[in-house]
Design a protein around this ligand. Sequence first.
Ligand code: F6P
Length: 529
Amino acid sequence: MCRSTTAIRFAGVADTPSQPTSSLIPHVLGQTLGELFAADPGRAERYVVVAGDLRIDYSKQPIDDRLVAALVDVADAAGVPARRDAMFDGERINVTEDRSVLHTALRTPRDAVLVQDGHDIVPDVHEVLDAMGAFADRIRADERITDVVNIGIGGSDLGPAMAAQALASFGHPRLRAHFVSNIDGADIHETLTRLDPASTLFIVASKTFGTIETLTNARTARDWLVDALGEDAVAAHFVAVSTNAERVSEFGIDTANMFGFWDWVGGRYSVDSAIGLSLMILIGPERFSEFLAGFRIMDEHFRSAPLDRNAPVLMAMIGILHANVLGRATKAVLPYAQELSRFAAYLQQLDMESNGKRVRLDGTPVPGDTGPIVWGEPGTNGQHAFYQLLHQGTRVVPVDFIGFATPNHPYRNHHDLLVANLFAQAEALAFGRSNEDEPHRHFPGDRPSTMILAERLTPSVLGQLIALYEHIVFVQGTVWGINSFDQWGVELGKELANRITPELIGEPDPSAHDTSTNAAIAWYRRLRP
Ligand code: F6P
């Protein structure tokens, strides 16, 4: 059955030169995935790109050579190569905060040179890495420490929490990592009740050291420790990771116990900075170097591969096709690896805080849609929850599948079943099964997916995966002409919460709010014990 091009929603795509995605419309295919595969036996080989250790198969996407060429033209016309080079060179591309965007500098080799404002920053990066390494080795050798608690939120939590879980099988056998983020006291309460102060190390991780959730949790942890061991114990049980030495010191942590980073590292791009200290303690400095080397492999690929063989560019542009031409609002990331169960949550911040923007760099509205709603759960769990909608729902959800040949556990029979399910789901989504007589049992197919495969989930492969998505987000932000590196959208809610907090405890101020908010405040005041 031929897919009618007229059925395609050209959602929000203005036909102006400032919106380059409109040029894709004439190239959109009128064929289903089944038809494309039937007509082109070489498709499964041609639409695979190898980037480092990742084999990325995008043959089950609605593309052909002409459309790929058109997508690459859009990326080129939007200035992706020049802006990519500007980012790597440290130009101040984060214009609304007047900052460079140099997370890629965090993984440069020791002998590289990268001058920022007349100063080579590579030795600074390695000085911190060396200090982290020495500290991590000390903790790993210290039999008295069994538990490491990272207190942070957003980029100061999601990266290390996701990676610590992903690489748990490389972890030190004595050490357990915990991640406390939520202002909800249930989070820290549940963690502290399982811990012994004498054997616990706290890492307070905050770029700004001004985030209320982190400071509140850190104070609670400090009180808990001081109650048990006295004030003098703080120096041995608390370290900080931040860009703000003054606030760290005000909080009561000696800056000798602080690991720094720089304002040119965005929070959601900081897992490979000192924010990764908890991960480094868990897996050790050598494995952490392998993790950084993985990022570097993808950076090199992104910088040097031609655009039509460039994995981040291809995946980004296929995402643009879905978002701006085919009107698809969401994207599912479905790893067939239990260790990656926090990967979608990590990508939510990376993608949605970066590209959830409505105005372009010059402040004018973006004419089409920007970043997708990213979501996902590991397979096979998701299959028994939301895959029904993926197969037979009215909305088409583009999927990124992720899988590995060799598990990090001994149960090969489980792994064969897991991988069979991964391949089966991609096949079923793409090709469906016709049953015109029984509509409830009809699988329409033609549902797109990309499959990312690697031999094994190692520190390097995880670094490659993260950098792949960092660069996808970058390419998409560039094509949309938005600033992927600020996050003003989170500020209003924070400001209003600061205004409401004293009204819950002290005097309410009804003139400050709408009637619905006033009623909620009054309800809480009535019931607050
Ligand atoms: O509120 C959003 C945010 O600013 C994120 O961008 C950031 O990762 C998070 O808060 C935590 O910030 P910090 O590391 O400064 O505590």
